[in-house]
Design a protein. Sequence first.
Lengths: 304, 257
Amino acid sequence: MTEAEVEDKRITLAEAAKMINDGDGLFWGGFGYQRAPIAFAHELVRQKKRNLTVYTCGSEVDLEIMAGAGVASRYEIAFSAIEALGLSYNIRRRVSEGKLAVEDYTNLAMAMRFLGGALNVPFMPLRSMMGTDLVNLRRYRGDDKLKVMDCPFTGDKICIVPSLQPDYSIVHVQRVDKVGNAQIDGIVGEDLEGSRCGKKLIILAEELIDNAEVRTRPDQTKIPAMYVDHVVILPYIAHPMMCHDYYDYDLEHLMMFHKMTRTEEGWQEYLDNFILGVDDHHGYLVLVGWENLHKLRATKPWGY
Amino acid sequence: MMVEYTKTEFLIACASSHVKDGEMVFGGTGMPLLAALLAKETHAPRSNLISEAGFIDARPREVPLSVADSRYYYGCSASIGLIETLGFLLQAGRIDVGFLGAAQLDEYGNLNTSYIGPYDAPKVKLPGSGGGNDIASSAKRLIIMMAHDKRKFLKKLDYMTSPGFLDGPGAREKWSLVGGGPEVVITDMCQMDFHPDTKKIRLKSVHPGFTVQDIQDNVMFDLIIPDDVPTTEEPSQEQIDIMHKLDPNGIYLGKGG
């Protein structure tokens, strides 16, 4: 078989963030503490993006950063908190100030909206939310938030949610080859649907592997290259969150982040130090300290 | 011999007693997770612990801080994703028990985890539904765990995030909800369940050290009081020991516990 010349989709983090226009909509990958594209959130902040709409189920520190720094003005999400650590103070403040509008859905509803977008159908039915204020109360989407209808086949009540095809999908994975075959270990959350629903897909990966390596474990390729427009390779993209089999969350940093965001002054200090005070992701990693980062390396077989 | 226990330990032991052997359980994090794990270590070894992030049949050796924490991964028998757990399993009616907490609860067992204060000018934005509404809509049974605070047990919620029995008998059927609704509310003072006909909240048992009057004084909705209100069973030393083995660093149990 002849080896065809393959496209190299690699670009830098700064180049990737530069593509995002003010006012764009982004599918935001990762779930809970897992595979959060924190480095991308930092770069959006450094490039002073504004009025982004972010679509996701339950991202945490990244949503706090984008709300706090004024990068995002609209969230269509199901969940905002740092789970076991507690409430999201930045989001809470920006909502109270009227600077952030949150259109509330459930995790399944958001996953279905991404699935609908990926399948290129206008809406998806689901059996959650009915009878509650998730149906009754709406913000900027108004009538287009969702509808409850009688199923045309059975007559039963069913909820339908509008599908999403945002400008970009931002997804963080463990490994990728330069063509874009992206491999995810551990859970996928809603990233299979989310990676396929955006008009463009940017993959952020911890590790570059050769296409030959992809072909030794094709079952791990959760996002084949044909969906992928751009690839960014960097270490510790999710810090202070975790990346399965690569590194654990940085609990000390997470607790410091959560504590500092309690007040606007504390958050501004964090923002100035860790995000605006460094030139790029490498600067951030140096500031966190390589010694600290190495301590977070995952141990086999635990994955953290 | 008197067994000494904290409020948290009591809540966890009490909640774990509602998990039956062989059941499919949505675990989450925090106290519900410890309750599900305790059940698995004691009377329900064949229960299947599922995290909505995608972990199935989980046996974490350290307590996860997130439903997506890799601590859920090692030892689980499948690691998939959200459409799998909330869609194929939960919405398809395959989940027996879900656990939820809330900032507010009303007399039909409806839950608020979204906003304190008016929707248009909220005083506090809470975490929101996450998978909570999905679980309350579609799990066969719902176990609600809350710290007992009078201001949390209200006639009218600031925001209804997740369905209990909505506005009463027949409401879940009207909206074609898959699951059966709340079975029990466990607080650190009592257990409450729901009258089978009216679907209104009623006192089920009072924890040792509290009286029926204490409970009535500490809820803001009307509570049905049956003639005979038993005392809730106390946790055993074995249960407490297992709990601390599951959470040796006191992440959820607290250092002093």
